[in-house]
Write a protein that binds this ligand. Sequence first.
Ligand SMILES: [Zn+2]
Length: 88
Amino acid sequence: MKYYKVTWEVDIEAESAEAAAVEALSMHRDEESIATVFEVSDMEGTKKIDLDAVCSSCGFPCASNTAHLHQGEYIGECCWDERLKITE
Ligand SMILES: [Zn+2]
């Protein structure tokens, strides 16, 4: 395991700081939300990770630029294993 620092930023217009935080929370909890872009930093630097796809195997979000397109559906790194590689 490695340590990562994950950052999510969003611009929100609200009546107060607390209202802005509440709005941010609801964006995170909304499955349809576009709040899917994170900055992930490690010792080597910072990457932008956009979880814009869904792994068709486990249903978890995954990044379409690293996911594997398998029979027309995305398979995330989470579920991409030797068994699937063979069927590619
Ligand atoms: Zn998966």
